[in-house]
Ligand binder design. Structure first.
Ligand code: MG
Length: 399
């Protein structure tokens, strides 16, 4: 029996993970969970799974949740058998708890950096679904993974597919073929004022959280995945080819030096890569429907249109530049997406904001002094700088 800690248990990946843990209850025990603010769902999860710990990242929500006084600044007592922690210190404590075997990081945003580092240093097996942490801090994270010799399995469907393909052959990789469904605007015009109808942004294939749905509509999600793949598999970005594949049956593929391509196929359902991240190197029966290729009939592939989707071009540029640039791209995107969700800007303002911030980062003093492997402090300061700059650009567009 393995004890699993699910950071971000109320998000779409976290909820699917709990279903899998319930399905495989003879193999896995839900030891700890966390949420940012959705405490009503967290309460339901506590009642259903009785985890030993739960963390509420947002301190105000934690205070509302538990009327009992805190024992320490990040530890609250509850009436049930579940201990409630709070804040980033709570997340770090869960990620490094001696009883935890697997940490599934399903957090959204770079709040996941420090808990990930805690888990790595405590030699946990990590199932990684926290995209922004890998994009901004990937080289640092992968250095620590190597140093601590831990098992680190990506959960993102594409990177899970690549992981599965690479594990099939003892050969050198020539290229990675990263598939993209193309999002909701693959063949329909992008409305100039979409803020009034966010439903139009629903993804045609995958059911996902708010932020990643916007990233999929701009293809920034694919751009972030290029950066993620480059750090995870130590492949230069020019050897990662994005292909639009609207059916999302091939989750990605790997081309080896002899020209053979191994691809990973299934019906699109995040439960499969989540389960693989928990059971690897074993495979167990899953909850997903089998793929019947004769019913699918055909699989289509086209090249992405970088003029229509400038976010993908910007992400490649950030990947080529390296250093703190991927983190700047990610931070500017985060600010722009939030402004879009707050109905302050249009969808196509997002790449404009990111490009402006990236260009001014290129010119700043500290970029010239920057080394190949920036320290955590350097990345953090670039991230904060980019947030401020992106907010200024949002203000200009609103004003
Ligand atoms: Mg993905």
């Amino acid at each position: 029996m393995k004890n699993v800690c699910v950071l971000g248990s109320t998000g779409s990946i976290g909820r699917a993970a709990l279903e899998i843990i319930h399905h495989l209850e003879s193999e896995f025990n839900l030891f700890a969970i966390s949420c940012n603010a959705n405490t009503s769902l967290l309460r339901q999860q506590i009642e259903l799974f009785h985890p030993k710990y739960a963390c509420i990242t947002n301190p105000d929500k934690a205070r509302d949740f538990s009327s009992l006084p805190p024992k320490r600044d990040f530890r609250f007592a509850t009436t049930s058998s579940t201990t409630i922690l709070t804040g980033i210190d709570g997340l770090k404590e869960l990620a490094s708890h001696p009883a935890v075997d697997i940490v599934l990081n399903a957090l959204v945003g770079t709040i996941g950096v420090l808990p990930t580092l805690s888990a790595i240093k405590s030699k946990k097996r990590i199932a990684m679904a926290n995209k922004e942490t890998l994009v901004g801090y990937g080289s640092l994270i992968m250095q620590e993974v190597e140093k601590n010799n831990i098992t680190f399995i990506p959960v993102d469907s594409e990177h899970s597919a690549i992981h599965q393909c690479i594990n099939q052959a003892h050969s050198s990789v020539r290229r990675i073929i990263l598939t993209a469904s193309g999002g909701p605007f693959l063949s329909t015009p992008i409305p100039s004022d979409i803020t009034k109808n966010l439903d139009a942004l629903k993804h045609p294939v995958w059911k996902m959280g708010e932020k990643i749905s916007i990233d999929s509509a701009t293809l920034m999600n694919k751009g972030l995945e290029v950066i993620e793949a480059a750090v995870l598999f130590n492949i230069p970005p020019q050897d990662i080819k994005v292909i639009i594949h609207p059916q999302s049956i091939i989750h990605s593929a790997v081309e080896f030096v002899d020209g053979t391509i191994i691809a990973c196929l299934s019906l699109p359902d995040m439960k499969l890569p989540i389960q693989y991240s928990l059971t690897f190197p074993n495979r167990l029966p899953s909850l997903i429907q089998p793929l019947e290729l004769d019913k699918i009939g055909r699989l289509d592939f086209t090249a992405p249109d970088l003029e229509r989707f400038p976010c993908l071009r910007l992400a490649y540029e950030a990947a080529y530049t390296g250093g703190t640039m991927p983190c700047v791209l990610n931070a500017a995107n985060q600010v722009a997406v939030t402004a879009f969700l707050d109905k302050k800007i249009n969808l196509m303002d997002i790449p404009v904001i990111i490009e402006t911030v990236m260009q001014s980062h290129q010119k700043t003093e500290d970029r010239r002094q920057e080394t190949e492997d920036p320290t955590i402090l350097l990345i953090e300061s670039a991230e904060q700088w980019a947030e401020v700059e992106a907010n200024k650009e949002v203000q200009k567009l609103c004003g």
